[in-house]
Design a protein around this ligand. Structure first.
Ligand code: GDP
Ligand code: MG
Length: 696
């Protein structure tokens, strides 16, 4: 592919509710610009952007696809994001490198939950944006209803129609362009005069556009208010300023599947959305982002890795943006984040899965490099002697966890490496071994997200995994003190065993804790007069520690225990370490049963944001989950609840909150501490744990 200079590059992210037509719009833009000879369709799995097997099977986007599209002298890097909330990580990565957004809205449904979410994300990134009202060809399409629904969302922006619909529903034949004052039938490459019956509507919309343009530039505003007519160039200039400042958002209409209104959209992108130079990126020469960096070829080289994919056949692919300076094929650059050198082979620009080689990427451009061994998503790279650091995206914490098990022996050796590869690709996916329940835990954003991760494990890495609800990582402790003694004796036939241990246990507190000791366990030898030789103490401690890991009540690890060995007996021949280890183990279990044992459960801090109208339902649901509400607040029309809630009650909250709020609610979870399980619930947990351990 040709090289494109910074002024001729546009980085545009397509966002919106799932199913609004983002992928189909990208497909139409590729087709209209001649990049493809055939218009692919989401419904038969033939689009450029949804190229993964799982995307084709489900007929929806799962990952962000990068699609380079050339229109006139411009290269438009389209980032086609998934709409479903489980894949929010993919949206967050794309927003990091986009200079502008296209918000796609369904002409039948108007704004939906997904539209509201991405609108807020675009606000966080201050992205200039277009609204595209798509599916204008559908039976129930209603332009003015859809437009006014967007206006409710965009309370701080003036929505300025720049392409009005020409016809609606099955009669949708093209658009009427406000800047050129021409009608554009079909995809919009040709122009003709505006039909007479549209003249009134056009006059009103034209005045709105002129006003918005004048307000974008002080000098234009003076002249406009003096009654002067602005030239088309002046309108274009003033309007672009208004779009960049965020005071206006242009509205266009389209039918992606019928390829209507596509050229006006491409024109709009090149005319009214910023080139990378017109944006300032947060970056700095220190390890923080106190400064800004501008995309200029003459500037210091600064590269940001925003996405990584791993594929056993293609290998590792790093998606990057040249934030400043240029990047050439076959060079070496430094990874500043990891302090290692990386060799750049051939650079590519992407069109879905197709890799198109390029010699050079100019400032602001997006591309990929294969086989960067040490580079991960979020890393900053570039000139060793003049490092620039860029801030990595903040991904939301996980909301949903499953326990995974290998299906067969062969899968068991592949499980760890497969989960690691998948988590490298996807910053919202992570895995770990939970020692207290001896389970492998995979965490992500929701059940679909996990489901797709498992499919990828199978298809890409040939690893089959089964899942279940994770066991709650309970712990055990004591609330009182207890004493015990135990004699272990085996003196019939062969070598004998003898050991007797007396002990006192109590809860470990700051009062009986060694100042520099373990915060969970303190072991003291308080035996007088040599009843047990000191050299048996390590065996005694070991016997107790084994119970600490395996639990005395229901098989969970124990915490906050103080043990003093008070007395005992030994035999001159038969006493050996193993005998004392066994005696100590049994004595400790007895002491625990005398010391009012308790079960502890993890308590989470939950932060829930929902529309005010859902607040009642959310609160009564929280009550049924043993939650303790800590605070309530109202932030920009939404209700925010903070509560403490046992993990056992919120393992599937992501699905439950979605159904209570029709997907409008969001939440985050954070571990706080372990607390006593109420006694009326403890017995059930103990019984279940015992029956689980029998099954194993
Ligand atoms: N009638 C009609 N259907 C469309 C249009 N755009 C997309 N679709 C259909 O809507 C569904 C979702 O489209 P898709 O591009 O996958 O939406 P995305 O989730 O936003 O990427 C698919 O069945 C498309 O064929 C359109 O302009 N008109
Ligand atoms: Mg899509």
């Amino acid at each position: 592919m040709d090289e494109y200079a910074t002024d001729f590059i546009r980085n545009v992210v397509l966002v919106g509710h799932g199913g609004s037509g983002k992928t189909s719009l990208v497909e139409a833009m590729l087709h209209v610009t001649g990049a493809t000879t055939r218009l692919g369709r989401v419904d038969d799995g033939s689009t450029i952007a949804d190229f993964e097997d799982e995307e084709r099977n489900r007929q929806m986007s799962i990952s962000t696809a990068m699609v380079a599209c050339v229109y006139e002298d411009y290269k438009i890097n389209l980032l086609d994001t998934p709409g479903f909330t489980d894949f929010v990580g993919e949206v967050k990565s794309a927003l990091q490198v986009a200079d502008a957004a296209i918000i796609v809205v369904d002409a039948v449904a108007g704004i939906e939950v997904g539209t509201e979410l991405v609108w807020d994300y675009c606000n966080e990134h201050n992205l200039p944006r277009f609204i595209v009202i798509n599916k204008m060809d559908r039976d129930n399409a209603n332009y003015s209803r859809a437009l006014s629904s967007v206006q409710q969302l965009a309370s701080d922006k003036k929505l300025i129609p720049v392409a009005l619909p020409w016809g609606e529903k099955s009669d949708f034949k093209g658009i009427i362009g406000m800047l050129t004052q021409k009608a554009r039938p079909g995809s919009g490459g040709e122009t003709e005069d505006i039909p007479e019956d549209y003249e009134n509507t056009v006059t009103i919309a034209r005045t709105e556009l002129e006003e918005a343009a004048a307000e974008g530039d002080d000098e234009l505003l003076m002249r406009y208010l003096d009654g002067e007519t602005l030239s088309p160039d002046e309108i274009e200039h003033g309007f672009k300023q208004a779009v960049l400042s965020g005071s206006c958002a242009p509205v266009l209409v389209a039918s992606a599947t019928e390829s209507i209104g596509i050229v006006p959209l491409l024109l709009g992108i090149t005319r009214y959305l910023p080139s990378p130079t017109e944006n300032l990126y947060a970056g700095s020469d220190k390890d923080a982002d106190t400064d800004t960096v501008q995309a200029q070829d003459s500037g210091p080289q600064g590269i940001f890795a925003f996405k990584t994919t791993a594929d056993p056949f293609v290998g590792k692919l790093t998606y990057l943006k040249v934030m400043s300076g240029i990047l050439e094929s076959d060079t070496r650059i430094q990874n500043h984040t990891r302090k290692t050198e990386e060799r750049i082979g051939t650079l590519h620009v992407m069109r879905g899965k197709e890799q198109i080689p390029v010699k050079l990427l100019h400032s602001g451009d997006l591309g990929t490099i294969a086989k960067l061994s040490n580079t991960a998503t979020g890393d900053s790279l570039g000139d060793k002697n003049n490092p620039l650091y860029f801030r990595a995206a903040v991904y939301p914490g996980s909301l949903y966890a499953v326990a995974v098990r290998p299906r067969t022996q062969a899968d068991s050796t592949k499980m760890g490496p497969t989960l690691t590869r998948l988590s490298e690709e996807d910053p919202t996916l992570s895995w770990r071994n939970e020692p207290s329940t001896k389970q492998t835990i995979l965490e992500g954003m929701g059940d679909q997200h996990i489901d797709i991760a498992l499919k990828r494990a199978e298809q890409k890495f040939g690893t089959s995994l089964d899942i279940s609800t994770p066991k709650v990582p309970y712990r055990e402790s004591i609330t009182g003190s207890g004493d015990s003694q135990y004699r272990h004796k085996k003196q019939s036939g062969g070598a004998g065993q003898f050991g007797e241990v007396h002990m006192h246990i109590e809860p470990l507190t700051s009062a009986n804790m060694d100042s520099d000791g373990d915060e969970n366990f303190c072991f003291k030898n308080k035996v007088f007069g040599g009843a047990i030789s000191a050299n048996f103490m390590p065996a005694i401690e070991k016997g107790i520690r084994n119970v600490l890991t395996d639990g005395a009540v229901a098989g969970f690890p124990m915490e906050k225990i103080f043990v003093a060995i008070t007395d005992g007996k030994e035999h001159p021949v038969d006493s050996k370490p193993i005998a004392f280890e066994i005696a100590a183990r049994e004595a400790f279990k007895l002491a625990v049963s005398n010391a009012s044992p308790v079960l502890l459960e993890p308590i989470m801090l939950i932060d829930i944001t929902v529309p005010e109208s859902n607040m009642g339902d959310v609160m009564s649901d929280l009550n049924s989950r043993r939650a303790r509400v800590q605070g309530m607040d109202s932030i920009s029309g939404k209700s925010v609840v903070t509560a403490e809630v046992p993990l056992a009650e919120v393992q599937r909250y992501v699905t439950d909150l979605r159904s209570i709020t029709q997907g409008r609610g969001v939440f985050s979870l954070k571990y706080l501490r372990h607390e006593h399980v109420p006694s009326h619930l403890a017995q059930t947990v103990i019984d279940e744990a015992k029956s689980d351990s029998k099954d194993e």
